[in-house]
Design a protein around this ligand. Structure first.
Ligand code: ADP
Ligand code: ZN
Ligand code: ZN
Length: 741
């Protein structure tokens, strides 16, 4: 049988299902099931090539284009009920797939917990609860005074008078071991209970100051409808306290709140504040959890058994039974944008979701992104400002130290070293910021000029050298090599390391100030779980006097005793080819500076630069991010760049340079018919033009109209995706790309 027209081959068939599979192809797949039934939203195992995949059933059509002999039966329907109820979250995932021009199946795979995509059961497992028995009550009075732990457990359970969650008991340091001992004696009972929402109890709250109170009133005045609010509050102005009280209001009306924060491992304090205020109500979703833990929190949120969900980027896809509000803390943070696979912006999806659920969305930051600021200034978002520090302290004073022609020792000018010394002598803490980890970014031969570069990338190897080991590593592809002591070209032993990284600063400062305690905080020292938490606690207790770190220390930490923040080398950030570089530099400096003088003692910030006249630095001297950002917005407008325009970035990479280039040239051709609505820039080599052995190119689409941009992409995507050039390279499309390098 030949099939000329689609209509000819339509198979009228029964029990068809359309499945979204976790593959990059932007299309759906049809299979057949044995029984009639309502299948949409349920997971299914299906044959796919030689493998078996798990997908989500998204439709039950009556007909298919597939000829009967090509129609395959599904292997297994996994669920009895939909994994995601057919409500807003379901629709949201479809919208995300459309907006990012990305495979629906892959969107589901990003949105759903891993455990579900692996086929785990989708029912909430019961939790363990403990209660005291009548014999336990009796035994308690005669129990030896020395059995302290048992006493404590029995007293707690007797006072509570109802079965208590094991997690809560752990929280008050009653161990499972103690409970087991008591269980053997018959003094306590163990119950397995399916979780449901406990009654609301809240920890102690602060009384809000005038600005905070006004913010609180405004936000809560529109508690049951979609309104986007930008809470622009300087560092330490008490934004978190406002969130906490706004959340309480939501809980009082039995709703759930979703909170997105940048990186949980880096900001354990923030999480702790939420947990202390709302004990037992907070569920955390982040990458450090096991699949099982993550699924459990997800399910509890879906069943309404958790009231507050705090998570990183992907938590935006948490199902909520009683959606009340979405809060995004540090909304400017880059970590909200995923940089591979489905390149989504969790912040943008939060706004979409808020609109669809008709609930308020609260964005908070001391240094809002130009996108959000633009929306606030244009009246699209409500704009609330907190201009004072909650502790009453003023913002630190910022000083620029001109390094031109200055004698420098390991990256430090004399005045800066003096300053550090005097702050330490006064019993305060000092934070030294340098955005480069490792010992030195370059290792070169003094005799012949040879430089240790990465054989797989267009970049140099970073020298790592700390107490315990020495090695070279490429920070782009991860390639590792033992440190060399002879030049491979001329065999000279005169290899010199050029430039400073955190390890070198650590070494220099601990030699210079031998009697003080110093902690380096960067990706290398924080690999172990809880290490960040321990460093911060030590710093808070005053055990650490000097902190040396990368941007990790810029993020939302509250170090009460830091009075001096030194920013060693900012010039690189001032002269980048990325149009967002000035915005990023301003955010970074303001955030790092914000770590100083948060408690009683006034803070000071010293920025070393060879360009003290640079307009961005001059503007930052005023300590007024808002004013600077407004100016940067005007520049963007002038240059016709986001947020005044909308961008999409095609990237392509291949071991074959020509293939990588030619694919993008082909993409460009596809958009030639839209030249009056969009600007097409490229293809050009990426800044790191070769990475891990692959040549990289990019092509930027820029348009003043989001609609025009997306409809052009919609029109051309199939052609691009199905071209033979596409199959020769690794390529991706990044909508609203943040990182253009
Ligand atoms: P932000 O989130 O804006 O950086 P935080 O909420 O962390 O600010 O507040 C900074 C510090 O001020 C914290 O130590 C916090 O406990 C304290 N604080 C916040 N609000 C108040 C208030 N109304 N009264 C007293 N202290 C407050
Ligand atoms: Zn040499
Ligand atoms: Zn490399």
């Amino acid at each position: 049988m030949t099939h000329n027209k689609k209509a000819d081959v339509r198979t009228l068939s029964q029990n068809l299902i359309t499945v979204a599979l976790p593959v990059p192809l932007r299309r759906l797949f049809t299979y057949q099931v044995a029984q009639p039934g309502a299948y949409i939203g349920r997971r299914v195992k299906v044959p796919f090539g030689k493998q078996e995949l798990i997908g989500i059933i998204v439709d039950q059509p009556n007909t298919t284009d597939l000829p009967e002999n090509k129609l395959k039966p599904a292997n297994l329907i996994i669920d009895e009920h939909p994994v995601i109820p057919q409500n807003t979250l379901w629709d949201l995932i479809f919208k995300v797939s459309q907006y990012y021009h990305h495979s629906l199946g892959d969107c589901f795979a990003t949105a759903l917990p891993n455990a579900l995509m692996k086929g785990e059961s989708c029912t909430l497992s019961p939790e363990i609860f403990w209660s005291i028995t009548p014999t336990g009550v009796e035994a308690k009075t005669s129990l030896s005074k020395r059995a302290v732990k048992q006493q404590k457990a029995l007293t707690y359970l007797e006072n509570e008078n109802h079965p208590v969650n094991q997690d809560e008991l752990k929280h008050v340091e009653i161990s499972t071991a103690t409970l087991k001992t008591l269980l053997e004696k018959g003094w306590v009972e163990k119950h397995l209970i399916t979780p449901k929402a406990p009654k609301i109890t809240t920890g102690e709250k602060k009384s809000l100051n005038k600005e905070q109170l006004e913010a609180y009133k405004e936000v809560t005045s529109t508690n049951d409808q979609f309104v986007a609010t930008l809470l622009e509050g300087i560092t330490g102005s008490g934004k978190t306290e406002v969130y906490l009280q706004v959340i309480e209001e939501q809980l009082n009306t039995n709703r759930q709140v979703l909170i997105l924060i940048p990186e949980i491992g880096l900001t354990p304090q923030t999480l702790k504040r939420f947990e202390q205020r709302f004990p037992g109500h907070v569920g955390v979703i982040h990458s450090g959890l096991t699949d099982k833990q993550r699924l459990n929190t997800w399910l509890k949120a879906r069943e309404g058994a958790l009231r507050i969900i705090i998570g990183t980027r992907s938590a935006i896809f948490t199902p909520l039974k009683w959606p009340g509000m979405i809060i995004i803390d540090e909304e400017h943070d880059l970590s909200f944008k995923q940089q591979d696979g489905l390149r989504y912006s969790s912040r943008d999806i939060a706004l979409l979701r808020g609109q669809m659920e008709n609930i308020p969305v609260l964005l908070g930051s001391a240094t809002p992104s130009l996108e959000s600021l633009n929306n606030a200034l244009s009246g699209k978002y409500r704009h609330i400002k907190l201009t004072q520090r909650a502790t009453g302290q003023s913002l630190p004073t910022i000083k620029l130290l001109d390094c031109k022609n200055q004698p420098m020792i390991e990256g430090f000018s004399q005045p800066l070293l003096k300053s550090i010394e005097s702050h330490i002598q006064a019993g305060n803490q000092v934070l030294v910021f340098i955005n480069r980890r490792g010992f030195a970014p370059v290792l070169l031969c003094h005799q012949c000029g040879w430089i240790a570069d990465c054989t797989r990338c267009d970049s140099y190897m970073t020298l790592h050298q700390s107490k315990h080991n020495e090695y070279l590593q490429c920070h782009h592809c991860g390639r590792y090599q033992n440190k060399i002591h002879n030049c491979p070209k001329c065999n000279s032993t005169e290899l010199v390391s050029v430039g400073q990284g955190t390890e070198r600063i650590e070494k220099f400062l601990s030699d210079r100030f031998p009697n003080i305690s110093l902690q380096r905080i960067d990706r290398d020292t924080t690999r172990r779980k809880d290490s960040m938490k321990n460093y911060i606690e030590a710093a808070k207790k005053g055990e650490t006097q000097l902190l040396v770190g990368t941007q990790m220390i810029a993020k939302g930490h509250h170090f009460p005793k830091v009075t001096l923040v030194a920013i060693l080398d900012i010039d690189g950030a001032l002269f980048s080819s990325d149009f967002r570089a000035p915005e990023r530099a301003a955010q970074l400096i303001t955030q790092v500076a914000g770590r100083a003088g948060r408690a009683e003692r006034k803070g000071e910030v010293v920025v070393q630069t060879h360009h003290p006249e640079h307009s961005l630095l001059q503007a930052l001297l005023q300590n007024d991010y808002h004013q600077l950002a407004t100016k940067l917005l005007a520049d963007r407008n002038e240059a016709q760049l986001p947020p005044h325009t909308y961008v999409a970035l095609f990237r392509s990479e291949s071991t074959n340079k020509d293939s990588a280039y030619e694919f993008l040239a082909f993409v460009k051709q596809n958009f030639s018919q839209f030249m009056n609505q969009l600007e097409v820039l490229g293809p050009v080599a990426s800044t790191i033009s070769r990475k891990a052995g692959r040549f990289r190119f990019q092509l930027l689409l820029n348009s003043p109209s989001r609609k025009a941009l997306h409809s052009a992409i919609n029109e051309r995507m199939d052609e691009i995706e199905q071209s033979s050039l596409a199959s020769k390279v690794r390529w991706s499309l990044d909508i609203d790309a943040q990182d253009l390098l």
